[in-house]
Design a protein around this ligand. Sequence first.
Ligand code: SF4
Length: 367
Amino acid sequence: MNTAVQSDNKQMQEIVEKVRRGERLTLEDGVFLYKSDDLLTIGQLANEANLKKNGKKVYFIENMSLYFTNVCEAHCAFCNFRKDEGQEGAYTLSGEQMIEYVEQHIHPGVREFHIVGGHNPHVPFQYYVDSIKALHEKYPEVTLKAYTAAEIDFFSRISGLSYKEVLQELMKVGLKSLTGGGAEILSDQYRKKMRVDKADVSQYLEVHRTAHELGLRTHTTMLYGSIESHEDRIKHMLQIRDLQDETNGFQVFIPLSMQPINPKAGIRRRNSAFEDLKTIAISRLMLDNIQHIKAYFINIGTQLTQVSLTMGASDAHGTIVKERISHAAGALTPEGITREDLIWLIKGAGRIPVERDTFYNEIKVYE
Ligand code: SF4
């Protein structure tokens, strides 16, 4: 038996053995891990689980984040990105304006556009289709990972089309994958308290289910660190795990550490480093059917990202170029990172950097 991880605590030792036997962790196991302060055991166990799945490889992508509009009909309590139409700083870019922006900021090697934005009801669904079409025509070699499940639900409402029809329209003009945003915490009670007036829990899951049925591989997230309980977080993971059992369409799970600027969201301070690392490690342990857990350096910083690579994370995200949503909410991290810095960061953790495409095909291994 591998004796790398040992704990004096009986319940912890049972969890260690369960993971080793490849048995699934339960809601009670997950909550116990969150309540434990034994970060080293949890981190080491997650590291073991990750090494079994991915070896020493840590993935990243050369990508660029784009935001067509920040006008939004919703008022999620934690959001500092949204604006009302006509408010100072509100914008809605045409395809041409976006291409102008991309031309100014793109760097060689970008192979993915990550596209999200507000739910702007002042433009029709066709606007969102045309946005994708314009980018796809100009940059056919760049993969378009666009829109959250909440945006797809919004498009369905303004167009009268079903989720399937909305997705098919977008796929016709170049959509290749959905982003993971809009999940927040998958709890109706949480959504009510945080005024998440967009896709509810079942709608979020249904959009991803539909996308997977259409052959799209998608991302999924969890925005943690405000009013939710540890139990809420584990239940969130279990709902994702159940859907993954059904469709196998999620490529990666991304824990997003809540940024603190908005007092109305009930956030008193940033998540501690301890909480961030524990969440990454617990995600790795609970989500045994998702290949990758991503450490999102925009929200937890590059140094903690590096440490998390030895506690369960196998994806260090990408270059991004200029992030806006978390920075509007008070992120203190860089808005992007160079390929060289990402490689340095991954190698510094004793791991092998692998540049990937959107679908985790390996482009280059930096041994
Ligand atoms: S989180 Fe998204 S849906 Fe909610 S207010 Fe912000 S932009 Fe709108």
